[in-house]
Ligand binder design. Structure first.
Ligand code: NAD
Length: 274
């Protein structure tokens, strides 16, 4: 099987089910990305701050796949924000990844207190124009900051945000969509915590004959999100890929979205984080 693809507002396509690499050491990243590629994943999500771009790059190089067959995302770290420093950070990421372009480059966090996201965005536009990034987008941007970039003239292709059944981000998804910005869901499995033992999740999993992780990923895909669950375990990497075979009905989707909690966030508040 191949993943379905979504079309971004710049007409490039992105595989909807990808593979995440946060908190994965470089050597382990190489092995797990290799296992993911073997399984069929063609979309890899990394970031400069993950410290594993070299391992990811080695797995891509040794896979025998053509570069064009892979969709590769990396991200600009907070301390590298600013016009010149963003250009330099991209060059360093490309060097570590062993490639001359990424498919998607993201501003990792807005860091509003630093006031550099606008300058950083201008650098990403330059990187797109020069072909070093095929598509550009943002991560952890609240609706009003997405809007600010839209009004500056170049709309981000995606906004990668924390999103799982305990934090379904119904409003921010709608705001993204209203600007033609695709939503990517980070920590799509709720980091493998309580979400996967939630009684509603396990009940629906039984109804459809899937595992809890597959059920949550099937919900993500059905509501239109792009996801890249992380695992370093080959069986789980394959299990998560199996979510492509799972179909949930409207009522099951609704029951999962209703699990949203006021304090469902696992990560930091993007307006506070630097
Ligand atoms: P996740 O929701 O993908 O959960 C991963 C964890 O879930 C694993 O460590 C494992 O413990 C467990 N797990 C995985 N598959 C399982 C299975 N089949 N059954 C049971 N448990 C399973 O969490 P994540 O890694 O935080 O998020 C995914 C990716 O999103 C990251 O790797 C990274 O690429 C990206 N991300 C981006 C940001 C950002 O700020 N942009 C922040 C966090 C994560």
């Amino acid at each position: 099987t191949a993943s379905p693809v979504s079309t971004m507002n710049d007409d490039h396509t992105i595989p909807q089910l990808g593979f995440g690499t946060w908190q994965v050491e470089p050597d382990v990243a190489q092995a797990s990305v290799a296992a993911a590629l073997e399984t069929g994943y063609r979309h890899i999500d990394t970031a400069a701050i993950y410290g594993n771009e070299e391992g990811v790059g080695r797995a891509l190089a040794e896979s025998g796949l053509d570069r064009q067959e892979i969709f590769l995302t990396t991200k600009l770290w907070n301390q590298d924000q600013g016009y010149d420093s963003a250009l330099k950070a991209m060059d360093q990421s490309l060097q570590r990844l062993g490639t001359d372009y990424v498919d998607l480059y993201l501003i990792h966090w807005p860091c509003p207190a630093n006031g550099l996201y606008r300058d950083s965005w201008e650098a990403l536009v330059e990187l797109r124009n020069s072909g070093r990034a095929r598509s550009i987008g943002v991560s952890n941007f609240p609706a009003h900051l997405v809007e600010e970039l839209v009004n500056s003239g170049v709309t981000p292709a995606v906004n990668q945000i924390e999103l799982h059944p305990y934090f379904p981000q119904v409003e921010l998804r709608a705001a993204n969509a209203s600007h033609g910005v695709l939503t990517e869901a980070w920590s799509p499995l709720g980091q493998g915590g309580e979400v996967l033992t939630d009684p509603t999740v396990t009940e629906i999993a039984e109804e459809v004959g899937a595992t809890p992780a597959q059920t949550v990923l099937a919900w993500q895909l059905a509501i239109g999100n792009i996801v890249f669950p992380k695992s370093v375990t080959p069986e789980r990497i394959r299990e998560n890929w199996g979510a492509l075979q799972v179909t949930l009905d409207e009522e099951q989707l609704e029951r999962l979205t209703e699990l949203g909690r006021d304090n469902g966030r696992l990560g930091p508040d993007p307006m506070e984080f630097n």
